[in-house]
Design a protein around this ligand. Structure first.
Ligand code: F6R
Length: 637
């Protein structure tokens, strides 16, 4: 691997903390980590070539290895990396599954890797999802035998499921298991549901290489990206070996590395609560994090923490740095107190030295970016309402049409409404013919997509009118990266970035609000944020931008941790109800949406519970008792 892991011990050992049992390397982003892994694979392939040997690779599918494959393809195309001596064995395949289905792992591997490199097709092995049930047992035995005949796997690439599965070895799998068919865990199926457009379309079974088969590999690299993996990564690296978390079996493999990004590693004790592990550098963020943690641990408010609480919980160095618990407590209390404001656009004619926003100019131009056409009201409906009420010029930019998230049942309902109004409208009749309610996992025709987009546009306008924004301040950007008609989006292009730049440049806002949510199950929020960051980079030298502050709200799935918050906006019980009503205008997303993720609550329930939870946390820390709080983190660009 590259120079990055000099800080770490070699694979087979692990960090010198009491907690970790698997070697791991943390990268600031998944791209860097993936490139590093692709380099390791390429080096291995080349080493084998010089020795005139075959290189036997075990490969995984899913979102985690995509960038590794893209990098290998790039190395083949630009640097001449040859795959002539490569033999591959894929970990798994859904069962039953047709090879040509866009959901098959056969399709995935060809789409991302095999179609673009010079591998001999005979060297590719992927479990066959069409094997008749009665032949399956023997087929699985033969799959393991074939790996053995090649002398075993030189390198096994893995992802990890939130159940702790590797391959599809779900909880309960035996440490010595071989290739076999398995019933998928409910959590695995619900994680796969977005790409199948509904859990009911996800196969219930799969063929998977066993734990025993995987562990025989000479080298194992497991990839995990994103906040959604943080909890299972902690359990796997720090927990006891248990069949309940099959990935823990890797603890006794002597050449395994986990490659993580910041988000996936954030629950590891060494990173989450470093003061429990050893000496740490107490910067402002770590101080806040530690004190909030200490309050939660001791069940005390900030001003009640004592020297003993700090000393007994690994924070004595902080205490000696800051003087006394009394000084520290007051410092932290004031810091949190100053994040609270009922004036998100700044309070006119008030001293703003300890407020989150400037008071000038009194009337600000505000641009709220909303990845989908409902994130604005779900994540910051109360703040949005205050900004309008307090006289700011508020613009909303809906980044994507959101058409993919409208079910065919919903689309048909609207099309039939139009039809009932005008039975002679041939156009509408043709749309109705094209909406296939029995097959959600189908690529929508352009007309159906347009209809679904219009549904979401009209719902959005109903909500923004309700909050009091004039229609001309509501902008539908319809970013092209989203318009594929399927769950899989195109990569962002210069066109997407230009559209986002243009709206910023036209409005010249004093405030931008954007979704800083990186845990969106279908990734659109992250891509939308990337377009904004790219636009800010381009525009930052313009004079008006020096007066533009960027605030990140979090999307529908998570909230900022208390120590990350720079501004919270309180809501009264009446404002909570108003926000709920605004969310209700997004009817196509009510009562069970298509991309529900693992949280079955409706969006308005999630939003209310989340805002209430933030308020409760503030109150428990000793601050005022509000009905609800919406939280924001300032982004410095
Ligand atoms: C896929 C596989 C699975 C995935 C795991 C994580 O071949 O074996 O174990 O690696 O479900 O999937 P992603 O990477 O999509 O989070």
């Amino acid at each position: 691997m590259t120079a990055i892991d000099i800080r770490y011990k070699p694979a087979g050992q692990f960090e010198d903390t009491r907690f970790e049992k698997i070697h791991n390397i943390v990268f600031s982003n998944s791209e860097e980590g993936s490139i590093c892994v692709a380099e390791e694979i390429a080096t291995l392939i080349k080493e084998k070539q010089t020795k005139n040997q075959l290189c036997i690779l075990g490969l995984a599918t899913g979102s985690s290895p995509i960038k590794v494959y893209e990098e290998l393809v790039r190395m083949h195309q630009e640097e001449g990396l040859s795959f002539e001596n490569v033999v591959t064995f894929n970990l798994d395949e859904y069962f039953p599954m047709d090879r040509n289905s866009i959901h098959s792992y056969f399709y995935f591997m060809h789409q991302y890797l095999f179609n673009h490199i010079n591998i001999n097709p005979e060297n590719i092995h992927i479990p066959d999802g069409t094997i008749p049930q009665k032949e399956l047992h023997q087929y699985c035995i033969d799959y393991d035998l074939k790996i053995k005949e090649y002398g075993g796997l030189d390198f096994q690439l893995l992802g990890i499921g939130r159940t702790g599965h590797i391959g599809f070895n779900e909880p309960g799998s035996h440490y010595n298991s071989g290739t076999r068919s398995i019933t998928l865990d409910h959590m695995t199926r619900s994680d796969a549901a977005p790409s199948f457009l509904g859990i009911e379309n996800v196969p219930k079974k799969a063929i998977t290489m066993g734990i025993g088969s995987v562990k025989k590999a000479k080298r194992i690299v497991l990839l995990a990206w994103g906040y959604n993996k943080a909890e299972i990564i902690k359990k796997t690296i720090e927990g006891e070996i248990t069949s309940e978390v099959p990935a823990t079996y890797l603890q006794d493999h002597n050449n395994t590395s986990f490659i993580l990004n910041d988000e996936a590693s954030q629950e590891l004790t060494r990173l989450n609560t470093p003061w429990l592990v050893g000496p740490c550098v107490w910067n402002e963020e770590l101080k806040s994090k530690a004190i909030v943690w200490l309050c939660q641990l001791t069940n005390k408010s900030i001003l009640k923490l004592t020297d003993k609480d700090y000393n007994n919980n690994g924070m004595s160095s902080l205490l000696s740095q800051e003087g006394s618990s009394y000084d520290l407590n007051i410092l932290m209390f004031n810091k949190l107190q100053r994040t609270i404001t009922g004036w998100p656009g700044g309070k006119p004619n008030a001293d703003d030295s300890s407020r989150p926003e400037r008071s000038n100019p009194h009337k600000k131009r505000v641009l709220i970016f909303s990845p989908h056409p409902d994130d604005d009201v779900i994540s910051m409906g109360g703040t949005f309402d205050r900004l309008v009420e307090q006289g700011h010029e508020v613009h909303i930019a809906y980044q994507t049409s959101g058409n993919i998230a409208v079910s065919n049942y919903e689309a048909l309902k609207y099309a039939e409404v139009i039809k009932d109004f005008n039975t002679t409208n041939h156009n509408v009749n043709s749309i109705i013919d094209k909406i296939n309610v029995s097959k959600e996992d189908f690529e929508d025709s352009i007309e159906v997509r347009q209809l679904k987009g219009i549904i979401r546009k009209r719902e959005s306008l109903a909500a923004t009118r309700f909050v009091g924004v004039p229609d001309e301040n509501v902008h539908f950007l319809n970013l092209p990266f989203y318009e594929t008609g399927t769950i899989k989006k195109k990569p962002i292009s210069q066109i997407d970035i230009a559209i986002v730049s243009k709206i910023i440049d036209t409005i010249k806002p004093h405030q931008i609000y954007a979704a800083g949510d990186l845990a969106d199950p279908h990734g659109t929020h992250k891509v939308c944020l990337d377009t904004i960051f790219a636009a800010l980079k381009i525009l930052k030298h313009h004079k008006y931008m020096s007066d533009c502050w960027v605030w990140l709200y979090r999307g529908a799935w998570h909230e900022w941790d208390i120590h990350q918050i720079d501004m919270v906006v309180p809501m009264s019980p009446d404002q909570v109800l108003k926000k709920r009503k605004a969310i209700f205008f997004h009817q196509s997303q009510k009562d069970g949406v298509m991309f529900q993720g693992n949280d079955t609550r409706e969006f308005w329930v999630r939003a209310e519970e989340r805002n209430n939870e933030t308020a409760t946390k503030y109150h428990k820390l000793g601050l005022a008792d509000y009905a609800a709080l919406e939280a924001f983190k300032r982004y410095y660009y």
